[in-house]
Design a binder for this molecule. Structure first.
Ligand SMILES: [Zn+2]
Length: 100
């Protein structure tokens, strides 16, 4: 199981961007080696546009996964898939202790 993903998804900070979630804020992970992938500014937005994905469909539970990265592959282009991390397993999360 990949429960560690749940720790990756951060709650949204502040007010959601008007017009949808900023693709640049999405977490990108390499499916091959599991490393977080850093893209240059604008790349995520470009890929979303190319894929025809509307920013309105995105939120902080979305995760981009590439089939390789510069750490584990000599390729320059990778296939990118978008996943939505389900909130269905929220019951297994440790209880939160709040400080007012
Ligand atoms: Zn990799």
């Amino acid at each position: 199981m990949r429960e560690s993903m749940l720790t990756i998804t951060q709650p949204l900070r502040g007010v959601p961007a008007p017009g949808g979630y900023d693709p640049e804020m999405l977490f990108v992970e390499c499916a091959r080696c599991g490393a977080p992938v850093m893209w240059e500014p604008g790349k995520a937005t470009r890929i979303m546009n190319m894929a025809g994905i509307d920013a309105l469909e995105l939120d902080s539970s979305c995760l981009l996964v590439t089939d390789g990265c510069s750490l584990c592959s000599a390729e320059k282009e990778f296939t990118v898939q978008i996943f939505r991390v389900s909130a269905g397993s929220a019951a297994s999360l440790p209880p939160r202790t709040g400080n007012a």
